[in-house]
Design a protein around this ligand. Structure first.
Ligand code: PLP
Ligand code: SF4
Length: 376
């Protein structure tokens, strides 16, 4: 096909692979995948852009790209601990579509559509429009809430994927947010630069520039996703002054080893993207085959911190199931805490001691833990 079509984002959207027949024409599906495609139809839609589909290795059922977007039969099995709304977002919505969980910032779900659908999507209850629940964002109510809640200084536009809107629609949202004096920080959460890099046009980035500072959190999980088209899209965003962060999800059989993640994070730095979060996979219904244990995640983090550039090491987090919000997870570097010192270990496992201050900041000696008969 001519490059002109391939490079046109609306062509990419119109030619998404959405049916069993579309996939079978290009690769040999395993029985688990075929059954998954048929049986997951009313849970989360199947859609893969031609761009992302072209990264799939048709000969390898274990291809890390494939596992992210092609349904498997395991998706239809719900484990007892799994939840439709694993982050408890519905319970923190003061108005439909606005999640206000943290004191100074909100998550604004502006659409339920994405360029392709990730099988582990934490919002699969509403995303793609085929599940039981519908996203019913009320824009007027949401903007009224944002205008009247002066404690909100940070708005995260997400969904679904806000970059599926037209430039005009995105601009109208940004302009409305920028008209609210207490909102300083705007960011967009999007996987479009990865699924549909053609969307990042010169027109789009010059529109964004008018509303700076606008940050963007992209979502990529495997180094194979950083194609030359994706790198070009990220370059455009970075050149337009959009600070870029990445949110990766730790996924079994996709990126659950330190080497793959290190490679991904190094490549992201070259694209001027700072690895921001590494998410423990949420307890989404039918996600057991994609989840690792937290212990595995901690071991991976232990093999990154200190072993490579600090900028390449994201914060590992888990969303407290049911509505706890993000909880940081770190390997233990504090070996022990004594009365007068901390016992620490470094990235190689060597032990170091750091004493407590001899005096408190106000200048008085620290309270004695024991008898107090001698003062040193
Ligand atoms: C992740 C998230 C945010 C943003 O959190 P940061 O730690 O500031 O990136 C805001 N609201 C909700 C509900 C979230 O889940
Ligand atoms: S791009 Fe994000 S919102 Fe869309 S399906 Fe993937 S994880 Fe869900």
């Amino acid at each position: 096909m001519p490059d002109e079509q391939w490079n046109d984002w609306s062509w990419q959207l119109r030619h998404r692979l959405t049916r069993l027949e579309d996939l079978e024409g290009h690769l040999e599906l395993t029985p688990e995948e075929r059954a998954g495609i048929i049986l997951s139809r009313n849970k989360l839609a199947l859609a893969i852009t031609p761009h992302f589909f072209s990264l799939i290795d048709p000969h390898s059922p274990a291809c890390p790209i494939r596992r992210q977007v092609i349904p498997r039969i395991e998706e239809t099995e719900t484990a007892p601990e799994e939840l439709a709304d694993p982050c408890g977002e519905d319970g923190s919505m003061p108005v439909p579509g606005l999640v206000h969980r943290y004191p100074d910032r909100v998550l604004f779900l502006v659409t339920d559509r994405c360029a392709s659908y990730c099988r582990y999507c934490t919002r699969s209850r509403v995303v793609s429009g085929v599940g039981e629940q519908e996203l019913e964002t009320d824009f007027d109510q949401a903007f009224h809430y944002l205008e009247t809640h002066t404690e909100i200084r940070d708005v995260l536009l997400s969904g679904g994927d806000p970059l599926l809107f037209s430039d005009r629609k995105i601009e109208s949202l940004l302009a409305r947010l920028r008209a609210i004096p207490h909102i300083e920080f705007i960011r967009i959460g999007s996987r479009v630069p990865i699924f549909l890099p053609q969307r990042i046009t010169p027109e789009f980035v010059s529109m964004i520039r008018k509303y700076h500072p606008v940050w963007m959190s992209i979502h990529t999980n495997h180094p194979k996703e950083l194609t030359s088209e994706v790198r070009h899209a990220l370059e455009r965003l970075a050149d337009a002054g959009v600070p870029l962060g990445n949110q990766a999800v730790l996924l079994r059989g996709v990126n659950d080893n330190a080497e793959t993640l290190k490679d991904l994070f190094h490549k992201l730095l070259l694209c001027r993207v700072r690895p921001y979060y590494l998410y423990q996979c949420d307890l989404i219904e039918g996600s057991a085959h994609l989840r690792t244990s937290i212990r595995e995640g901690l071991e991976i983090m232990d093999r990154l911190r200190g072993h490579t550039t600090g900028y390449a090491v994201p914060q590992y987090v888990v969303d407290g199931p049911g509505g706890g919000g993000k909880i940081p997870l770190n390997p233990d570097y504090i070996v022990a805490e004594a009365d007068d010192r901390f016992i620490l270990r470094n990235f190689k496992g060597d032990i170091y001691e750091y004493p407590l201050p001899r005096t408190t900041p106000s200048g008085s000696p620290p309270a004695k833990a024991s008898c107090g008969s001698c003062d040193g």
